[in-house]
Design a binder for this molecule. Structure first.
Ligand code: PEP
Ligand code: MG
Length: 323
């Protein structure tokens, strides 16, 4: 089986009826790029930049970040690269920031919330990203957006840094797409509002599931409630994709669900445009997608809305698509 997948490394991901979906990779450091290329990713769908900030005792400089972003863009040779701004907090701490302890870190000052609270730190990252932008096909993504004000503030700061760089005579790409992670239920439910002010969405199911079902993604005692195929999750994903497509915007997914064989027929049917996953999942996912019909899954997928439980939905997918 593995030998057969290898033949797919240089193939585009086309469904049996000829529809193209993009299979991209999630990365944490530039060292991951070797695996990304070896496994035939069509892009980077999520660069988790927090790893640049972790395992050290001070913030990474603008120069250091610029080098890392430039490396990723160059090595991907013009393929799309989605770089997510700092997503620290929750389970990922930066001891050198000396932040006060929180009762509920996953509901606390994490990710874009922290960046807006510490704009000087945020501006350094944005400058590094903007400076690197001329070396490839960069898309910038803000994590943990819960309210429109956050998106607007982040975009204002980004624009300010862009204007400054241009005044300084530094080259900045004029085709950088700006997107947000959809990983908080408020944003998934109000996606029709957010979509007007972004170029794309990327659904972060790891957090979206934990926040929608109120079940800690790390707590084994409630793991039975961590249900990717819960009817609410299917509805939220469907809403996000539907409203984005109505506005002509694309939707990706960078949570674990994007590479899950049970989820793939559902996501294809719902119209997901980009699937981003760990590099080692790309070839099996491509192999699976080659054998699925987009039209057939699209006609079938609405029938899932009549099921009550995650288990029934999983069973329906398995019976039909995973013999
Ligand atoms: C997610 O929440 O689905 C996601 C991709 O982000 P992370 O796993 O880094 O929180
Ligand atoms: Mg997340």
């Amino acid at each position: 089986e593995k030998e057969e997948w290898k033949k797919l490394v240089n193939e585009k991901t086309l469904t049996s009826d000829g529809a193209h979906v993009e299979l991209a990779a999630n990365i944490g450091t530039t060292n991951d790029l070797e695996g990304v290329i070896k496994n035939g990713a069509e892009g980077v769908g999520l660069f988790r930049t927090e790893f640049l900030y972790m395992g050290r005792d001070e913030l990474p400089s603008e120069e250091e970040q610029y080098e890392a972003y430039k490396t990723v863009l160059e090595k991907m040779e013009g393929k799309p690269v989605v770089i997510r701004t700092l997503d620290i907090g929750g389970d990922k701490e930066l001891p050198y920031l000396d932040l006060p302890e929180e009762m509920n870190p996953f509901l606390g000052l994490r990710a874009v919330r922290l960046c807006l609270e510490m704009p000087d730190m945020f501006r350094v990252q944005l400058r590094a990203l903007l400076r690197a932008s001329s070396f490839g096909n960069l898309k910038i993504m803000f994590p943990m957006i819960a309210a429109m004000e956050e998106l607007r503030q982040a975009k204002v700061i980004l624009q300010e840094e862009k204007d400054k760089l241009i005044t300084e005579g530094i080259e900045v790409s004029d085709s950088i797409e700006i997107g947000i992670m959809v990983e908080i239920p408020s944003t998934a439910a109000a996606a029709d509002r957010f979509v007007k002010e972004v170029d794309f969405f990327s659904i972060g199911t790891n957090d979206l599931i934990q926040y929608t079902l109120a079940a800690d993604r790390m707590n084994e005692r409630v793991s039975y409630l961590y249900q990717p195929y819960h009817p609410a999750i299917i509805r939220l994903i469907k809403n996000v994709i539907d409203v984005a497509h109505q506005e002509g915007k694309w939707v990706g997914m960078c949570g674990e669900m994007a590479g899950d064989e049970v989820a793939i027929p559902i996501l294809l049917g719902l119209g997901l445009d980009e699937f981003s996953m760990s590099a080692t999942s790309i070839l099996p996912a491509r192999n699976q997608l080659l054998q699925l019909s987009k039209q057939e899954t699209a006609e079938w997928v609405t029938s899932l809305l009549a099921f009550d439980t995650s288990e029934e939905i999983e069973q329906e997918v398995r019976t039909r698509f995973l013999p």
